[in-house]
Each structure stands twice: as C-alpha cells, then as structure tokens.
Design a protein around this ligand. Structure first.
Ligand SMILES: *Cc1c(COP(=O)(O)O)cnc(C)c1O
Length: 381
C-alpha cells in the first residue's frame, strides 16, 4: 500500500546535509576476495599494525568475560585516563577518551563552532577534519600544501575572525612529511593562544627523530593546544575504536561538555590501558616498520618511483597510471592499497608498511603491473 504522506525532505533536511553523498564503505575481506578471485588479502590500505595489539592486551581480550559484556562501561574511561596520566605525567582530567577520530574531532568541533564559524587545515591531509566540519554545517577552509608539507603562511592567511580551530596533522597522512619542534613552536607563538590548535599525532609513536615535537610536552606552555592520539595505529586496536585528546584543563573541560559519556566499550578501555606504552611492542613494531620502509624505499627508487615523505607507518608514491587501475590490478593479486585521488593526489597510492614478506609481495606485484605487463592489458572484473 502506498503511503498517503509525503515527507517534505527539502524542508526537513539542512542544506549542508543535502549536499552530501552517502559514505561508501569498503566491502568485507571475504566479499572482496570473492569479487577479485584472490585466495588471500594483504591489507596495506589502512595503516593498521599487522602485529596486532601488545601481548597483555591480547590476553585481556581473550579473557573478557560474558559477564563483563552485560555491564555498562565506565562512562568516562576512569582507569584508562589514570593510566594515561601515569604514562604522560599529566592529570587524568586533561585526557578525554572517545571512539575513534571522527567522534573525538566531532566533540571538538561541536565544542567550539557554531553556524558561520570555520576551521582551517590543509587540502591534502586526513580527510576527517574537513568532513566532520562539513557534517556539522561548519565551513572548512583548506590551504594548499607547500612541498608536500603543511604551509604555516597559508594557514595563517586563511584565519579570520570566524576561525575557531586549526588542524595540523604531524606527521601528515598521507604525505609522511612533518613539522619540526622549531616550526611548531614558531606557529604556536604566532597564534598566541587566540585559536584552538588541534595537533593530530596519530603516527607520533612511529617517529624517532629528536627534532620531532611531542605535543603533550607543550600543553603547559600552550593552553590552546589539543593533541589527538589513537590506539588504532601503533597499538593495533583499530577494530575497537578508541583514541583520546589531551589539552589544558580548561579546554578539555569544555570539550567534555560536548562529548557523549559511555561511548567507549569495556574491552576497548581495558585493552587500551594494557597496551599503552608497552615497550616491547613499540620496539617490535618500530623494527618491523624500519625494515619494511628501508626495503620499500630501496625498491621504489630502483623502480623510479619516488616516495614523498618518510615518517609514519606508510609511504605514498606517484604511479605512472590511474590509481584506481593500479588498485584493481593489485587486488587481483590479493594486495589492497589505498588510492589517493580521494586525498586530492590523483595517480598516487599509499602503502601501509607491514612485515617484509608482504612488502616483497607488493613490490613484485607492482613491478609486474607497472612495467612487465605495460602493454598486455588484463581483463578486469
Ligand atoms: C588513522 C588516523 C587517525 C585515527 O583514526 P581512528 O579513528 O582513531 O582509528 C587520526 N588521524 C589520522 C591522520 C589517521 O591517519
């Protein structure tokens, strides 16, 4: 039966929502393998840690009881915030835990922005700053990268009286470029506390250079700084959706007002507490990334493919053909990389660094696709 009612969506839906296209999620691995006819799938597309979570966290996950599943989680991740406090020497109320970057960035944007306000960030960086702002009806002002790096001059020029937040990704996903201490401090001094600066350090745990800044150490000096970190990358907990922000007491208190309590499930809180700072795990992961990166850099250069930056657990390269085509050809061989057209880098792919055999499989497959079969097009699904 047809309904007698017609829903006046043009009146009900905000104009900024009407402009969205729906999010298309990747198919599950099993579906992809069926579609591309491959018997294994190497996931090199999301910068996940193939070593998985640290041992203690893994054991806790295996032992998580069904009784625990029946109980609501602690609403503000009490134990985890105390563990963060112990590790980073800042009071527990300067930490706010959330369910992944989208949620946490949403809290921050909701806390500071109202209709007519804007945020400033780069055009070719992690897309969540832009997308979460737009989802909230807030303008995202994007400035071009310069030499693949965040350009402080352009960022400063984009700021106006309606700018509330500036997002910096350090090191930047997907370019792997980064700001030194000197550059970050100079930028923060120029901002002089007048705007909130969100420093996304999702990959900070992978960087070992002494000139790389540690945002958490700057919070006392810059009370307008909010540092974002995640358990998805170094700690291998992407499936549990957990990350956090750190900032001055007064700024975090504001963000806490605009955040949902109870968004983090109990296994995520428990495993994150156990994973945090595990030295053996960090050592092992850095070692894996170092070996994989050295290998890839050597091989890519031999193949005439020049990686852009080098920090983080990923590398981005320019390929001499359409990135979607390279993606499909690699999928036929069971290797999943990230196409970069969506990051405004057409003809580039980003590869997550994993264990050496996976890296070797990638190089072999890529070499076959780019050179050996250059003239022999294969049918694609
Ligand atoms: C992966 C990533 C995050 C964190 O994502 P989660 O939602 O916590 O998994 C944040 N920023 C950047 C730049 C990332 O690449």
């Amino acid at each position: 039966m047809n309904s007698d009612f017609s829903v006046p969506l043009d009146r009900l839906v905000p104009i900024f929502v009407r402009g969205f296209s729906p999010y298309f999620a990747d198919k599950p691995d099993a579906e992809l393998m069926k579609f591309y006819g491959c018997s294994r799938l190497l996931r090199l597309n999301n910068n996940e840690n193939p070593l998985g979570p640290p041992l203690a966290a893994r054991h806790a996950l295996e032992e998580f009881s069904s009784r625990g599943a029946a109980i609501y989680p602690n609403a503000d991740s009490f134990d985890l915030r105390h563990r963060l406090s112990e590790v980073f020497w800042l009071p527990p109320d300067q930490f706010l835990v959330g369910s992944g970057a989208n949620e946490i960035l949403g809290f921050v944007i909701r806390s500071f922005c109202q209709s007519g306000d804007n945020i400033v960030t780069a055009d070719r960086t992690f897309s969540a700053y832009e997308s979460v702002a737009r989802f909230s009806g807030i303008e995202a002002r994007l400035t071009p990268l310069k030499d693949f790096e965040f350009d402080e001059k352009a960022l400063l020029a984009a700021i106006d009286e309606k700018t509330k937040l500036i997002f910096i990704c350090n090191p930047n996903n997907p370019t792997g470029t980064w700001w030194s201490k000197e550059r970050l401090y100079a930028f923060m001094d120029r901002i002089a506390g007048r705007r909130i600066v969100v420093l996304d350090e999702a990959y900070a745990e992978f960087v070992e250079r002494s000139e790389f800044p540690d945002g958490m150490k700057l919070i006392d000096q810059y009370p307008n700084l909010l540092v974002f970190r995640t358990f998805s990358k170094m700690y291998g907990l992407a499936g549990l959706r957990i990350g956090y922000i750190v900032g001055s007491r007064e700024v975090v208190e504001i963000v806490r007002r605009a955040s949902f309590a109870s968004s983090i499930n109990t296994p995520a809180q428990i495993t994150a507490s156990l994973a945090l700072g595990d030295p053996a795990h960090i050592f092992q992961t850095r070692e894996m990334v170092r070996i994989g990166k050295e290998y890839l850099l050597r091989e890519f250069r031999r193949m005439g493919l020049n990686p852009i930056g080098e920090e983080g657990n990923f590398l981005m390269i320019r390929v001499p053909m359409n990135d979607a085509l390279v993606f499909r050809k690699l999928m036929l061989k069971g290797i999943m990389v990230r196409t970069m057209t969506g990051f405004r880098f057409p003809n580039h792919i980003r590869i997550s660094i994993g264990e050496l055999p996976a890296m070797q499989a990638l190089v072999e497959a890529l070499e076959g696709i780019l050179w050996k079969n250059a003239n022999a097009e294969q049918p694609l699904p």
